[in-house]
Design a protein around this ligand. Structure first.
Ligand SMILES: [Fe+2]
Length: 136
């Protein structure tokens, strides 16, 4: 499962959001390393910490992005916010499972987070980029 490399095709037309997406992808890449490392001595602590970092940053980023969408008058804000909430719920569940000592299928989590991040930025976030461009 490869890491994510940010490139210009991820750009959503807002410098601050692009900066936040780069940081978020960096957190994903750290999670990737933490969860796929077989040599870790404290595997559980590392996994829960990485998931916690992901949850914390997503919260800050989602709030900023939702405010931006509201500011530009984006009509599908409610649906977009629901997607953010779903992500939060899914990651929180993974976090709880890891914390409770359940065997977490790390490759499965990594794949899920990776797909979500890439598809969310490339498909959902691009919709507000297009809206902002058309609105001029
Ligand atoms: Fe978003």
């Amino acid at each position: 499962m490869p890491k994510i490399d940010w490139n210009d095709s991820f750009g959503v037309g807002n410098d601050e959001i692009d900066r936040q997406h780069k940081k978020w992808i960096g957190i994903f890449n750290d999670l990737h390393d933490a969860m796929l490392n077989d040599d870790l001595t404290d595997y559980r602590a590392m996994t829960t910490q990485s998931l916690q970092d992901m949850l914390d940053y997503a919260k800050v980023h989602f709030a900023f992005e939702e405010k931006y969408m509201a500011n530009i008058g984006y009509p599908d804000l409610v649906a977009h916010r629901r997607l953010h909430k779903d992500f939060d719920t899914q990651i929180y569940q993974c976090y709880r499972d890891a914390e409770d000592g359940h065997t977490v299928l790390n490759t499965k989590i990594i794949k899920m987070v990776r797909n979500w991040l890439v598809q969310h930025i490339m498909i959902e976030d691009m919709k507000y980029k297009l809206f902002a461009q058309q609105r001029g």
